[in-house]
Each structure stands twice: as C-alpha cells, then as structure tokens.
Ligand binder design. Structure first.
Ligand code: KG4
Ligand code: ZN
Length: 353
C-alpha cells in the first residue's frame, strides 16, 4: 500500500480547501477559499450560504491546488481523499460528490476521511517520530475532545464537552463583546478574542472555573463551556458593562480565556493521570484543531507537558484550522491501512470518532 500523492478535499464547514501531499511528507499545495466575509455579518456560519459558496468555489480551488503542486492529475495523483463527516450535511455533499466524480473518472481509489481524525493525524505529517499511542486534545469550533489515539482509526474518547465546544464559547463571547473577526486565514472570531485577551488583565473579573463546584464535578472528566459563556453574558448585563470600551473588552476577554483554559487543563490533567502510567504509559500529547492556534493555550500545555514529562506535538498554526492538506494526509494514512471506500458512499454529518 505504498503510494505517492494524495489530493484532499475539505468542505465540512465554511472553508473550501484542497491540498496535495506526498506519502514522504511533502506538502505540494495548500489552497483555501475562505468564506468569513459571508458569515461575519450574520453573526455565525449559515449552512445554506456555505453550501452555495462551496459549489461556486470548489472547482477552481481544485484546479489551483493541482497547478500549484505542478502535478499531472492522471499520472501523479494516486488517491483522492475527502471529508466524509462530521460536518454540515449539504456542505459535505459538495466535496463528496466532486471527489467521487474525480476519482471514478480518473480510476483512482477514493478515501472518505473523518474530519476529527484528520486533525488528530496532522502532527504525524510533520513529524515522522510521532508514533502511536498518544493522547490527543482536539479543540475546534465543532468539537472538544480528549482522546487516546491508538491507531489511525482507533480513538477512545476520554473526555468530551456535554454542551458547547470551546471554539463555540470563544466565538459567542467574541459576539457578546461586539468584536470584529480577524480577516484571512489566521482569522476567525476566536483569534480576535485571543488578541484582546493578550492585552487584558484576567484578574479584573472573576469567572468560576466550570465543573469545580464539588468533588464529583472535580472528578468528572467531561467538560462544559456553556455556563461560562452565560456567566460572561450575565456579568455584562448585571454590571451594565460598556462592551464598546476597549479596556472592558480586553479584561473580559482575558478573564474568560483564563477560566476556559483552566477548565480544559484541569480535565486534561485527569486524563493524563489515567493514561500516562502503568502498562499503557503514554508519553506523547498532541494538540490540534482550530483553537490549537491559541498562544495562551500553547503556553499552558507546554508547562503541563513539562510537569508530566510528556512530549508535546502541535501542527503549525495554518494547519490547525481546517485545510485540505490534513485530509490528503489522513487519506494516505487510511489507504496504507487498507481502508478504501467505493464510489457510492455518502457523507455522514454526525459521524462519531
Ligand atoms: O478546526 P476549525 O478550523 O473548524 C472546525 O472543525 O470547527 O476550528 C475553528 C474554530 C473557531 O471556533 C475559531 O474561532 C477557533 O477555531 N479559533 C480560535 C483561534 N483561532 C481559531 N480560538 C481561540 N484562539 C484562536 N487563536
Ligand atoms: Zn476542523
């Protein structure tokens, strides 16, 4: 199952992305058409707008990725990989239909990729020394998961959020503070909040760390972010805080980010204590997904990894947020395990990992 090049297509949410990668870990192209300008005025991602935009852009993004990589699709591309789920159904459908047509006509194998699995495998593209098993902290707009990754497609959930994802909480607080989204690929609402937080004083406001009320909550490995978001909302209303005031915005952002990250680190600590001992003795920690771009989280994780003597792996920021490269790489990993699909498969919007 040794192969050369994979073309990966990602349309699960609001970015139309295509990447071409070799099995010897060379990224040949990484093309994205962003849609944030469509969704920002609406205050969040609108699925139908996203789907129409994918349909419009995907053909040219595929063409750009092929041209940039300087490959002959017929001769050089060995597999077509595409995000099969989880994600927005109609958006996934655009990518899956395009990938099936391409693969079928070109007579190439097609691989349906699990989006979160692709996030978890991305650090292996960048570092050949990252072998299984490892702990994976997946923090994105759609998910917040702590996994024990044993193999390419074997991920045991150790912890998950019982309500909002951490990315959703960042996005909602950005909206409460009436902040603009950062434009471009480094952007998104969470990135704006991080920038404000980095200039603020977290001690000005005191938000309770989620799930620390009593012993049973402290020992429960699951996460919860919706109460924290509501606490920010209530504080603004009760104290009649002026969210147009830059200092108020910065301090609120810093206090929220501190509480959210303390919560994340607390639950990760429980999972580390469970897995990084005895027979299993996991010694590696991976952090991936859009929120893994966050510098404050990276700093805290570095300290935690040192404390437990774990090796820490992050993808570079541009490969943390959704991209086609991670789908191409996950396709290669799946293909090498013999996991190949047929030309009739459908998207799976709710696909458990
Ligand atoms: O992985 P991703 O691109 O899409 C999903 O699969 O959900 O993650 C997007 C999420 C958004 O919620 C975005 O606001 C957040 O990642 N994000 C950040 C930062 N950059 C992006 N959150 C916190 N700090 C950042 N610097
Ligand atoms: Zn993602």
């Amino acid at each position: 199952f040794l192969i050369g090049h994979a073309l990966g297509i990602e349309t699960s949410c609001d970015d139309t992305a295509v990447g071409i990668v070799t099995s010897s870990r060379v990224i040949l192209s990484d093309c994205i058409h962003l849609q944030s300008h469509l969704h920002e005025p609406k205050g969040g991602i609108v699925p139908t707008l996203a789907m129409v935009s994918h349909r419009k852009s995907l053909p040219t993004v595929i063409r750009d990725a092929v041209e940039k990589a300087r490959v002959d699709v017929l001769r050089d591309v060995d597999i077509i990989a595409v995000t099969r789920g989880p994600g927005l159904g109609p958006c996934l459908g655009v990518g899956v239909d395009a990938a099936k047509s391409l693969a079928c006509v070109l007579r190439k194998p097609i691989i349906g990729v699990h989006h979160m699995e692709a996030h978890a495998l991305t650090p292996r593209l960048l570092n050949p020394l990252l072998s299984f098993p490892y702990l994976t902290l997946l923090i994105s707009g759609g998910h917040t998961l702590i996994l024990l990754t044993r193999r390419v497609n074997t991920h045991t959930i150790l912890s998950t959020t019982i309500d909002d994802s951490i990315g959703e909480a960042f996005d909602k607080v950005t909206r409460l503070l009436n902040l603009p989204w950062l434009p471009g690929r480094s952007g998104g609402p969470g990135a704006t909040l991080e920038r404000y937080a980095s200039l603020g004083d977290a001690s000005k406001y005191n938000f309770p760390i989620p799930m620390t009320k009593d012993k049973s909550q402290l020992q429960n490995s699951n996460m919860s972010f919706s109460g924290l978001k509501t606490a920010v909302k209530y504080l603004i209303e009760e104290e009649k805080l002026d969210v147009e005031d830059e200092e108020v915005r910065r301090d609120l952002a810093a206090a929220f980010q501190y509480a959210a990250v303390e919560h994340l680190i607390g639950k990760l600590r429980l999972c580390i204590k469970e897995c990084c001992k005895g027979e299993l003795d996991v010694r590696k920690l991976v952090c991936s997904g859009g929120v893994a771009r966050n510098g404050f989280i990276r700093e805290r994780l570095n300290k935690l990894a040192m404390e437990y003597d774990l090796e820490l792996f992050f993808p570079p920021p541009e490969l943390c947020t959704d991209n086609g490269v991670m789908i191409a790489w996950a396709g290669i990993e799946r293909y090498q395990c013999g996991l190949i699909d047929d030309y009739f498969f459908e998207q799976i919007p709710k696909w458990p990992i």
